[in-house]
Design a protein around this ligand. Structure first.
Ligand code: PGA
Ligand code: ZN
Length: 432
């Protein structure tokens, strides 16, 4: 068969932070070829699939020789002869071969790179772009992007407590128009920082370095940036925050160092709810820590009827966790990071769980990225409705945004921007 896997290979490459990561290549009998890279997080959830690093003194312990060897040895041997169009079968073969629940033996970084490369090769073998191969003839929407303007938290030496200060343009007419708005706001924010003597470079995902004296000053500056760009906060441009509160949590307390404030669960939820009341915020991610399901439930009661509430570190792209959270009345959207799940199939299962609950789903990059554009195709082909890639600068981010422009153009008259339909129903209603 033309789509039979004939070769799987890996090598070490370098990511956007100058750290080693895994590149996998897959070749099929008919000559089709696929390639993909493992991304890497900085603010990682404890329940994520395991990224295998070599340890030791070399590259600060971040080497991936073990993961590369796992691909070139056991994984290559196991996948040879399998059909690349059977993604579920290939992913199951790798997870069974690994034998651990969190893929720690062979490494989720090894497995995810191969899983994504198999998808790339299978699409190539079918003569289709990955998004079209995944859509398989179904109508799919262009995703609504969350675009970072200021980076903070673990991505900026903890200069602010909140990790991502982002914007969303749900009322744009197309993703192309959403990017034009983001470009305006990103530029205006940079000018504003320069004019006020606060321009100090960029954070991990390319957003402006957050030279702020409080988390609210960051929010105020974001609102001013939207205004200075000629757009209207709360009308055409909204704020989206990833609090990444895991990083603020220790021994049952939350600490906002920049605000010199210390909270229990209720206090933390109330602080975020207060921001939601006072700023044009449409989406909040991880307002409490990865094991604080009760805090997520409180946040849901406080503001999720009208605001998107995304679980990242608490859900770790796991279908069972999505269902459990929904049953507990916690959250209304899931962040989908393929490397958190470990395989394309597991990530898709988390997305399907969200969809069956009428939750939102956001396909997301990691803070450590490469030029790989797989997630642009997943977001479109899976009809996820939303995508989060980082800022509007630096090529590991722009590669994904630019790929989405190509996809939108390829769709031609069929291209539909998800807009408000990307959100859980009660949130979408606030935009109508
Ligand atoms: P990470 O951050 O890739 O560093 O985990 C991204 C996020 O928290 O959404
Ligand atoms: Zn997050």
């Amino acid at each position: 068969m033309k789509t039979t896997v004939t070769a799987v290979r890996a090598r070490q490459i370098w990511d956007s932070r100058g750290r080693p990561t895994v590149e996998a290549e897959v070749t099929l009998a008919g000559g089709a070829y696929g390639r993909a890279h493992a991304p890497a997080g900085a603010s990682r959830g404890a329940h994520e699939a395991w990224e295998l690093r070599d340890g030791g003194p070399r590259f600060g312990g971040l080497g991936v020789d073990g993961a590369v060897a796992a691909v070139n040895g056991e994984i290559a041997a196991r996948l040879a002869g399998l059909d690349a169009t059977d993604q579920a079968g290939i992913d199951a073969a790798m997870t069974e071969l690994d034998g651990t629940a969190n893929l720690s033996r062979l490494g989720a970084n090894a497995i995810v790179a191969v899983s994504l490369a198999v998808l790339d090769a299978a699409a190539a073998g079918s003569g289709l772009a990955r998004w079209a191969y995944l859509a398989a003839g179904r109508k799919v929407r262009m995703p609504l992007p969350e675009i970072q303007i200021f980076g903070g938290g673990a991505h900026a030496g903890r200069r602010t407590d909140v990790q991502d200060f982002m914007i969303m343009a749900p009322r744009a007419g197309s993703i192309r128009e959403a990017f034009e708005i983001a470009a305006d706001v990103f530029r205006a924010a940079g000018t504003l920082m320069a004019d006020t003597g606060r321009l100090a470079g960029a954070a991990d995902e390319g957003g402006w370095w957050p030279m702020f004296a409080s988390n609210e000053e960051a929010l105020d500056t974001l609102v001013q940036s939207i205004e200075r760009s000629g757009h209207r906060p709360g009308e055409d441009v909204f704020i989206s925050l990833d609090v990444a509160a895991n990083e603020l949590h220790a021994e049952g307390r939350y600490r906002l160092g920049l605000d010199d404030a210390d909270f229990g669960r209720e206090g933390m939820v109330e602080r975020v709810a207060d921001w939601v009341r006072r700023y044009p915020i449409l989406s909040i991610e991880d307002p409490v820590s990865q094991d604080d399901l009760q805090g997520f439930r409180l946040a849901t009661e406080a503001f999720a009827a009208t605001t998107q509430l995304i679980g990242d570190d608490i859900l770790v792209t796991d279908a069972a966790r999505v269902r459990r959270a929904a049953a507990a009345g916690a959250g209304n959207a899931v962040l989908v990071k393929v490397n958190q799940a470990g395989t394309v199939s597991r990530a898709k299962a988390a997305l399907d769980a969200a969809r069956s609950l009428s939750w939102g789903a956001i396909v997301s990059a990691r803070s450590g990225e490469t030029e790989d554009v797989s997630i642009a195709h997943l977001a479109v082909g899976w009809d996820a409705g939303q995508i989060k890639v980082g800022s509007f600068a630096r090529s590991e981010r722009m590669a994904k945004w630019n790929e989405l422009l190509r996809i939108e153009e390829a769709m031609g008259a069929d291209a539909v921007y998800a807009g408000p339909s990307a959100f859980a129903p009660s949130v979408a209603e606030t935009l109508r």
